[in-house]
Design a protein around this ligand. Structure first.
Ligand SMILES: *Cc1c(COP(=O)(O)O)cnc(C)c1O
Length: 362
């Protein structure tokens, strides 16, 4: 006999990207930022008063919410801070999807979404994407037909890097019967020339929630800090009812504010990554790889040969050289997802694939 709920017994947990211990490992597998966070974060940690840990943290993360409201031109009650973006995803499911309800997204998508649906005993509906990562024209209709209460769209999309335009998101939000949560984990890497501005949707769409995180653009994945933006009618039930009390510890609250005040630093980091992204894209295309145009800090790249075996071959051969990229089974088995590193890291990666290509028969 098991004490575990049947739904939990039957489901599979989220599978994490590998976290190799070795300092010599080159990690291009979990879309972490290759640069350190703002020096203001180190300074805030140095001056953090350890005595204050005796007390519970400020319950509502007020300082950060005021800062974020100011930066984004919103009101503090339109902002909620969460323990990583992942906590927000879980809260949104708990708050808006009843047991037996439906959670929607695309296929492929962030692999945590179906896991959250399974925990909630909700159906997961994945609408197929077009080649390259564009949304199906009838995405909203597919969601409505399946009676989806909450639809998640990663934008820029993971793992394709494809950016859906603001106007299309608005069309979808207007048509959807349920909530549209735009997961903007990678939004800091979008080229300004794209004029992407999902925040403008918040004025006219009462069913839109936006997820942001400090994990990627701000280089703070280890801090576990994310936040939601949206109508206060969507934020309030999560803030006041479903979240854990004290969901953000005092250290995370202090460091997130320090990082967030230094917007100029993050902009400069993301600019560097965009430059490296375009260098990597060109370098791989020159070598005969098919690379999606990406607005994120990773690229989805298919090695020449386009068969599952060549992607897997590169994945394994790179791993032998202590270079980690992400390989997915299933519909993406002919591609690798490669996080953008520093100039030096990317050169090491390119040298490795040149060597692998020279030594192989594929
Ligand atoms: C990284 C990521 C998140 C949030 O990550 P946290 O580290 O929990 O903030 C959410 N969605 C996608 C698609 C991501 O890649």
């Amino acid at each position: 006999m098991s004490y575990t709920r049947k739904a939990i017994q039957d489901m599979k947990g989220y599978s994490y990207g590998e976290q190799p211990k070795s300092e010599a490992a080159l990690k291009l597998n979990t879309n972490e930022n290759p640069y350190p966070p703002s020096p203001a974060v180190a300074e805030a940690l140095k001056t953090f008063k350890v005595d204050s840990l005796r007390l519970y943290p400020e319950a509502n993360c007020t300082e950060f919410r005021m800062l974020a409201a100011k930066v984004h031109g919103l009101k503090p009650d339109q902002v909620m801070a969460t323990n990583g973006g992942d906590e927000l995803l879980r809260l949104a499911v708990t708050t808006f999807v009843p047991q037996g309800g439906a959670l929607g997204s695309t296929e492929p998508t962030y692999s945590l979404y179906p896991v959250l649906a399974a925990i909630q005993e909700a159906r997961f509906i994945g609408a197929c994407l077009a080649e390259g990562g564009a949304l199906a024209k009838d995405f909203a209709e597919q969601m409505n037909e399946a009676a989806v209460q909450l639809a998640f769209l990663v934008n820029p999309h993971a793992p394709s890097g494809y950016l859906t335009e603001t106007a299309e998101l608005k069309r979808i939000a207007d048509k959807l019967d349920g909530i549209l949560l735009i997961d903007e984990a990678y939004v800091d890497f979008v080229s300004p020339e794209r004029h992407y501005n999902s925040l403008s949707l918040l004025e006219s769409c009462p069913n839109v929630l936006i997820l942001r995180t400090l994990s990627k653009g701000y280089a703070l994945a280890g801090l576990r800090f994310g936040y939601a933006l949206g109508a206060s009618s969507l934020i309030a039930p999560m803030m006041e009812k479903t979240r854990d009390s004290y969901n953000l510890d005092s250290i995370a609250q202090t460091l997130s504010c320090a990082a967030f005040r230094d917007q100029a630093y993050t902009s400069a980091l993301c600019l560097k990554i965009r430059l490296e992204r375009s260098k990597m894209t060109q370098a791989l295309r020159k070598r005969g790889w098919h690379v999606n145009a990406s607005e994120a800090n990773f690229i989805l790249a298919k090695p020449p040969g386009l068969t599952a075996s060549s992607a897997q071959y590169y994945f394994k051969a790179l791993r032998k050289q202590n270079i980690f990229v992400r390989y997915f089974k299933g519909s993406l088995a002919n591609a690798l997802r490669i996080s953008i590193g520093t100039d030096t890291q990317n050169k090491r990666f390119l040298a490795a694939i040149d060597q692998i290509a020279a030594n192989s028969q594929i």
